[in-house]
Design a protein around this ligand. Sequence first.
Ligand SMILES: CC(C)(COP(=O)(O)OP(=O)(O)OC[C@H]1O[C@@H](n2cnc3c(N)ncnc32)[C@H](O)[C@@H]1OP(=O)(O)O)[C@@H](O)C(=O)NCCC(=O)NCCS
Length: 189
Amino acid sequence: MTRMYSFPADLCLESPRLQLRPMVPEDAEAWFAIMADPQVMRYWNHGPWQALAEAQAALAEDRNACAAGQMLKLGIYRRDNGELIGMTQLFNLDPTSRRGEIGYCLASTAQGRGFMDEALTCFIDYLAHGLHLRRLEAEIDPRNHGSARTLERQGFVLEGLLRQRWCVAGELSDSGLYGLLLDQAPLEG
Ligand SMILES: CC(C)(COP(=O)(O)OP(=O)(O)OC[C@H]1O[C@@H](n2cnc3c(N)ncnc32)[C@H](O)[C@@H]1OP(=O)(O)O)[C@@H](O)C(=O)NCCC(=O)NCCS
């Protein structure tokens, strides 16, 4: 039987310094500021956003996809001041194989302080023990050394290289494919 995922609209994951929860329409300006920053977007699969309307539209689209169980995108908020500093997401879900792909970003002002490691530890714990996923994947530009370190800290292993997979703003780039096995529980028939 094909399994479907359903994500509670009030999902809130907590770690010592952070809360991970779905973004709301009021986050549009803060989310736009992150996704319009060329430093954050250097190795993304599209260029920096140019207009606030892109953030508003993306938030609405993400809410619908999340409600349909197709993906889970959570804002990363600091618990001390409530600031939105980034995002973690789960997408390309295959419920039968209990597999999904993750993505993430942090505002440039929040980098280098262990926030992403803390956020991913919490997020991956939910994916393993809340959703019972078995395998996670991540695709990064191999030149993105910070992102490679982030994945390796979480135990991901580089499993392959896809050459010239993307063309973003006229620039070709490779993809490093990473995988993490969460447990070896047998699959249901
Ligand atoms: C990839 C990305 C999330 C990594 O962010 P990051 O700040 O390096 O990761 P963390 O928040 O886990 O911080 C870890 C770094 O902070 C340091 N650090 C400082 N204080 C720390 C603390 N209290 N706890 C843990 N680490 C700490 C660590 O030593 C580490 O530095 P290092 O990588 O030089 O060894 C970030 O660079 C980013 O968002 N980039 C733009 C978007 C992007 O490329 N996303 C991925 C696309 S595939």
